[in-house]
Design a protein around this ligand. Structure first.
Ligand code: HMG
Ligand code: MG
Length: 320
């Protein structure tokens, strides 16, 4: 029953860690991924294969991906372990390790596109399209997705990200039509789902309602969208709940509320996975995640990183 369950995509090991300046040992990242999987999470974005100059923290992606326990998880049919890639080079680096899913990302706005990927929105779409074509051809794993534009594809292209859906740190408010354009292009290139990123974490429930309603009115179905809400202004849980009310059933989050992007100044972490699990489970909507184990993982990683636990639910459960 799609009204009684949601998919949670844990992005802590990627979005959660990418902005932390101090190098985190690869072993800690691997333990984090193992712990997250043990809570019941089935979709975990494990790392990115981007320029090590752009994101030094994740420059260990090849070591991480080749580790035996990560290889074992990649091999599990029940687990999805996407790697974020900006270009074909990144796709090739991911495929070397048998990765079955990649996530590409395009900004809806020019300012962030330039800062984050050093290119225009159209060039970003072209690069993403190149990744999608090659990925789909590469035949790592056959999945029968019946998509709107592509009947079946092999390597799942998780074109998960459109950034700056509400506001760009450089350009200001984002026009809805700019989001629609990039969503359409990503679906056309064969993405099974598009995750809408409030990169700055500035949007509110009213913004979510306006944007998602606009996308639906323009023919984009809720089943093809996911919500990726950052929590800078403390609105992320309420944004997720609004998106759920509007029919969205997939959400990205980070354990312990980790996260941020070095190219979006001032942006805070993702909505905490603990907070989403608490929100949905209390409403009788299944997430498949063991909240107690998840809260322990959030406490553990916060301690490892020497930072406060940014999940309100996690911190409350830890005090109990
Ligand atoms: P560039 O400098 O324009 O292009 O970077 P380049 O081709 O000249 O590459 C620069 C250097 O990186 C070169 O090395 C390349 O070889 C190397 P050098 O010759 O200088 O030694 N390189 C790579 N190395 C490893 N893996 C690769 C790769 N590609 C090139 N795949 C580029 C353009 C796109 C590469 C760069 O800007 C980049 O990597 N950007 C990624 C930034 C990033 O990861 N941002 C965070 C993720 S997005 C996000 O957080 C938002 C999201 O969460 C959703 C939301 O919240 O909205 C997804
Ligand atoms: Mg993000």
């Amino acid at each position: 029953d799609t009204n009684r369950s949601v998919r949670i995509v844990e992005v802590g090991p990627r979005d959660g860690l990418q902005n932390i300046p101090k190098a985190i040992p690869t072993a800690v990242k691997i333990e984090l991924i193992e712990r997250l999987r043990a809570t019941g999470l089935r979709e975990i974005e494990v790392t990115s294969a981007v320029s090590p100059k752009a994101i030094p923290q994740l420059a260990d992606n090849q070591t991480l991906l080749s580790h035996s326990s990560i290889q074992a998880l990649i091999g599990q049919p029940s687990t999805r372990m996407p790697v974020l890639v900006p270009n074909v080079r990144g796709l090739e680096l991911a495929m070397k390790h048998g990765v079955k899913e990649v996530a590409v990302f395009v900004s809806a706005t020019e300012g962030f596109s330039k800062a984050n990927t050093n290119c225009t929105v159209e060039e970003g779409l072209r690069r993403a399209g190149e990744v999608a074509v090659l990925a789909i051809k590469s035949g790592v794993q056959v999945r029968g997705y019946v998509a709107l534009y592509v009947c079946q594809y092999v390597l799942r292209v998780n074109c998960r990200y459109i950034s700056c859906i509400f506001e760009d740190p450089f350009d200001g408010p984002t026009p809805e039509a700019a989001v629609l354009h990039v969503v359409r292009k990503q679906l056309e290139m064969g993405c099974y789902e598009v995750s809408l990123g409030d990169t700055l974490g500035a949007g509110t429930a009213a913004d979510v309602k306006r944007l998602f309603t606009y996308l639906y009115d323009n023919g984009i179905p809720a089943e093809r969208l996911a919500g990726h809400f950052h929590d800078t202004y403390g609105q992320a849980v309420s944004n997720a709940w609004m998106a759920f009310q509007l029919g969205v059933r997939a959400f990205d989050s980070s354990v312990g509320g980790l996260g941020g992007c070095p190219y979006a100044p001032g942006a805070k972490g993702n909505v905490a996975t603990e907070d989403l699990v608490y929100l949905f489970e209390r409403a009788g909507i299944s997430t498949g995640v063991n909240l107690q184990k998840l809260a322990e993982t959030g406490q553990w990683i916060s301690q490892q990183l020497g930072k406060p636990n940014d999940s309100r639910v996690g911190a409350a459960l830890a005090r109990k």
